[in-house]
Design a protein around this ligand. Structure first.
Ligand code: C5P
Length: 208
């Protein structure tokens, strides 16, 4: 069985030295890739710019921007049985990226942005019998927002977490998550290492 997973942030260039991004470190998505490989899945990991080693046995495709991540997912999706979208895709990108470093005086104080495509929604028409898993990182009680995203993005499972809760969120080794399923079932997990969360997620995949 083949698993495709995205991880990390995307980075949206303003010019060759400046960019927009977010606090994702890729730890959760890399843990999913590692747990899947250990469970015998053939794993392709599409990674944004992160400082993490590739888990053993995983095929890694590096990307920088959301548009590059979308192109990689569109290319890799046909060969996968399950797509886990753990990347923190930047919602917006600068309307134009300058090929040369912008002078401070020329920047003017206003940056025009355009929305990035939602990768899960864009590849939804290609889903077929594949299973799609998303993540919902929220500040505060996450399950209502996660349930909305589960429906809106047509997912088979969404992993909700409050990134401001102790031991959860970016750049930590642990996470406290709730799995939400389309039939309304919810499974709240205790505080676990990201590795254990990933293992639980991989265990649930055959039941989706
Ligand atoms: O950012 P948001 O909370 O909507 O993310 C929910 C899910 O959607 C995550 O699984 C994320 O990887 C995915 N997503 C995406 N493309 C985007 C934004 C988010 O596929 N542009």
């Amino acid at each position: 069985m083949n698993l495709l997973v995205t991880a990390g942030p995307t980075r949206e260039p303003i010019d060759p030295v400046r960019f927009l991004s977010n606090r994702s470190t890729g730890k959760m998505g890399f843990a999913v890739a590692q747990a899947a490989a250990e469970a015998g899945w053939a794993v392709t990991l599409v990674a944004g710019p992160v400082a993490l080693p590739t888990p053993p046995g995983v095929r890694r495709v590096d990307v920088t921007t959301a548009l590059e991540m979308l192109a990689a997912v569109e290319r890799e999706l046909p060969a996968c049985d399950v797509f886990v979208s753990a990347a923190a895709v930047a919602d917006w990108r600068p309307e134009a990226s300058s090929p040369v470093k912008l002078k401070k005086a020329a920047m003017g104080g206003t940056l025009r942005l355009v929305p990035n495509p939602d990768i899960l929604k864009t590849v939804r028409p290609l889903k077929g019998a594949r299973r799609f898993v998303g993540f919902a990182a929220e500040t505060g009680e996450p399950t209502a927002e996660a349930a909305r995203k589960l429906r809106e993005k047509g997912l088979d499972l969404i992993v909700a977490n409050d990134v401001t809760a102790p031991g959860a969120g970016f750049a930590v080794e642990t996470n406290r998550v709730t799995f939400l399923f389309p039939d309304g079932r919810r499974e709240a997990l205790p505080l676990l290492s990201k590795r254990e969360v990933a293992q639980k997620l991989i265990e649930r995949l055959p039941c989706l």
